[in-house]
Design a protein around this ligand. Sequence first.
Ligand code: ADP
Ligand code: MG
Length: 363
Amino acid sequence: MKIKSIQIENYRNISALSTDFDNVNIIWGENAQGKTNLLEAIYLFSGEKSFRGARDKELISFNKSNARLKIEFVADNREQFAQIDIGNKKTASLNGIKKRSATELGSVVKTIIFSPDHLNMIKEGPAERRKFVDGALCQIKSSYRNLLKDYNRSLEQRNALLKKAEDVTAVEPMLEIWNVNLASLGAKIIFQRMSYLKALKPYLEDIFSGISEGRESIELAYIGSDTYEFDVDDIEHKLYEKLKSHTRVDVLNHTTTKGPHRDDIEILINGKSVKTYGSQGQQRSSVLALKLAEASLLKEMTGENPIALLDDVMSELDEKRQDYILNHIKDLQVFITCCDKEAVLKLKKGKTLHMQNGALPEE
Ligand SMILES: Nc1ncnc2c1ncn2[C@@H]1O[C@H](COP(=O)(O)OP(=O)(O)O)[C@@H](O)[C@H]1O
Ligand SMILES: [Mg+2]
C-alpha cells in the first residue's frame, strides 16, 4: 500500500499541515519540531493507539478541542481515503463511511514501525515482546484483537475477585468459573502466538543470517506458564490446571499469576539467550530482523505491502545495518525521521520534508 497525501489539523504541535508523499520520505529537522508527531499521525491509521503510549486526548493540540487527520492512499489496487477525528471520542471513516471504531481502519492500513524504543525490546521485560507478537497478530486478523479484549476482560474480573477475597474457600467456586473461561480464551491466544512464531521462523532465519552474514543463527521460543504442545487442547488443559493449582498463590497475591498475560518470548542467538548473553550489536540485529520478518509475513498473509515507519533509528545503527534495512524494505513506502538528512540521502534518494515547529515550509 501507499499513502499519497495527508492533511492534519490540531494534532500535537501540528496546527495545519497538508502534503503529498513519495515512495521514500525523509522527514528531517531539529529536536522537538514534530517529526515523530507526523509519523505517529500516520501510524494511527493502522488502528493502533499511539506507539508512544499517549492517550487520545493528549494527541489534540494544547488549547484545542478537536484534532483531524485525513489520508488518501492506494490499497487493494484502488484509491481510498480515511479520516480520524479526535475530540471527546475518537471516530473514523473509510471512503466516507463511518466505522464503528478507529481500530477498524487497521484491516486496511498496515504499518511496521521501528523506533529507538523497539531497540530496547530485548532488554526490557516480557511485556514488550508480547506486544510485538500481539501487535503483529492484530494487523493480520482483527479477530485476534477481540480475543485479547475478551481475555483481558475476564482477567480483570478474576483479579477483582482476588482483590476482595480474604480466604480461599470462600472464593473458590467463583474462581472456578473464571479458570474455565480464562483457560479457554488463553489457550486460543497462546496457540495463535505460537502459530505466528512458527510462520515467522523462515523469514526471521533468512533475514538474520543476512544481517549477520551467515555467521549466526536465531531462534524464538515461547515461554508459557507450562511447556505447551503445539495443540490448542493441550494448552487449554495445562493452563486450566495451572490456574487451579495456583488459586492459593493468587489469593495471596491478589492477582492472577499464570496465563498468557505473563508469558514471554525468548530470543536465542546460536542457542543462547540474547537478553542475557547478546552483545549490543546482536541485540540490535535481532530486533531489526524481527521487525523486517514481521513486514515480510504481513505481506504474505495479507497480500499487501505494509508502510515502514522508521523513527530516529538510522542514527542508532551502523551503516551496514542501515543499508540492510533500506535494501530489505525497498518495495515498501517508507517514512524516515532524522536530524541529518544528508546522512540518509547518502543511502537513499527520496522526498525531503523539513519539519519546523509543526509545519513544513517549502524547502
Ligand atoms: N498535545 C500537544 N499539543 C501541542 N504540542 C504538543 C502536544 N504534544 C506534544 N507537543 C509538542 O510536540 C513537540 C515534540 O514533537 P516530536 O514530534 O516528538 O519532535 P521530534 O521532531 O523531535 O520528533 C514538543 O515540542 C511538544 O511540546
Ligand atoms: Mg522524534
